[in-house]
Ligand binder design. Structure first.
Ligand SMILES: NC(=O)C1=CN([C@@H]2O[C@H](COP(=O)(O)OP(=O)(O)OC[C@H]3O[C@@H](n4cnc5c(N)ncnc54)[C@H](OP(=O)(O)O)[C@@H]3O)[C@@H](O)[C@H]2O)C=CC1
Ligand SMILES: Nc1nc(=O)c2c([nH]1)NC[C@@H]1CN(c3ccc(C(=O)N[C@@H](CCC(=O)O)C(=O)O)cc3)C=[N+]21
Length: 286
């Protein structure tokens, strides 16, 4: 039986510690969130974030965009938020309506306010494993914090990342690579037998594709560490991309869904938002 990687419990502790730090700092961080209200997942996530932010002393401003909004109009919203000194963090929730080029919008966020680290500058820092402080996307960063908390060693291990979005797969692979794992990435066009072959040999599997039961226990190595980023609703219940019942019998560690990666994403986003506010306060003093 696998040990549960309890993201819910760890995120609670992180948020309690963060609330103290925000209070001590005397700062008033504010996170602006640009989102598509027609997207169910986006609406849900915005609501969860808002409540969690309020609890740690971070203000939020949610900006809903219309479903026919243009990239230019969103770039203008971002430019105004960049110029507003009361806004210390900007999050553009993916996906925006199809009329918008998300990547162009991510890269328009001022790097010091880009709390999800999705712009070209911060992603370049991550991919280059550059020294210094910069924001990394909350989901993969949260996964790393969870693995570290359970003392899971990545050095020299074989990792497989399934999914290659800018939000999850690409930064996840970069973080694992920077931690000296050997990383294989899989996506829609990876031949099935190639994916299965990689999974059989993987010490660590991180999956986020958005397909319920995409990975099953018989496909993984005995003792593998399994991290499930997927969020699917099946018969009204939230489930991940890993078939939990069969996988937990073989894994050494496994994240549950809900209660694994999701809460870590939120706690990490709040940590990134506070770090950005702190850096802005420091640089305005100099
Ligand atoms: N828990 C959390 O905090 C978060 C959860 N999520 C969840 O994670 C999942 C992925 O999200 P996100 O990355 O934003 O989604 P995207 O739709 O942007 O990306 C999905 C990825 O899965 C790949 N994929 C799709 N089908 C297959 C397949 N059959 N075999 C292998 N790879 C496949 C796609 O490949 P290709 O690139 O070739 O199209 C793509 O890279 C969703 O369920 C989402 O709800 C997302 C963010 C945070
Ligand atoms: N720029 C950007 N950054 C993101 O990080 C981002 C995004 N866009 N777009 C949408 C996805 C989705 N996402 C989730 C975060 C937390 C939970 C979460 O906390 N889930 C809980 C509850 C789930 C439930 O019960 O419904 C859990 O897993 O326990 C879910 C989903 C972040 N995303």
């Amino acid at each position: 039986m696998a040990t549960i990687l309890d993201g819910k419990a760890l995120s609670k502790d992180l948020k309690i510690a963060l609330a103290d730090k925000v209070k001590e700092s005397g700062l008033s961080p504010k996170l602006a969130v640009v989102f598509d209200p027609k997207n169910d997942g986006s609406r849900l996530y915005v609501g969860m974030k808002q409540r969690a932010a309020a609890k740690v002393g971070i203000a939020t401003e949610d900006i809903a965009v219309a479903d026919d909004v243009t990239t230019e109009a969103v770039l203008k919203i971002v430019a105004d938020l960049n110029a507003d000194p009361s806004v210390t963090g900007i999050l553009v929730q993916a996906p925006l309506p199809k009329t918008v080029n998300d990547q162009q919008v991510f890269s328009a966020i001022a790097p010091e306010k880009d709390v999800d680290g999705l712009g070209a500058f911060n992603q370049g820092m991550l991919f280059g494993d550059q020294p210094g402080e910069y924001a990394v996307a909350a989901t993969p960063q949260g996964v790393m914090t969870l693995l570290r908390h359970y003392d899971i060693d990545l050095h020299g291990k074989k990792a497989v990342v399934v999914g290659r979005s800018q939000l999850f797969g690409r930064p996840m692979a970069a973080l694992l690579n920077n931690a000296n794992a050997t990383v294989t990435m899989a996506h829609r066009y990876t031949p099935r037998e190639m994916l299965l072959d990689s999974l059989q040999n993987a010490d660590i599997v991180v999956v986020g594709v958005g397909i319920a039961n995409f990975i099953t226990g018989d496909q993984i190595k005995d003792g593998a560490v399994l991290v499930d980023v997927g969020m699917n609703v099946v018969d009204g219940k939230t489930t991940g991309d890993i078939e939990f019942a069969s996988a937990e019998k073989k894994a050494s560690f496994i994240t549950p869904v809900p209660g694994g990666v999701g809460p870590m994403t939120i706690a990490t986003l709040l940590e990134n938002t506070f770090a950005a506010a702190l850096n802005q306060a420091k640089s305005s003093k100099n």
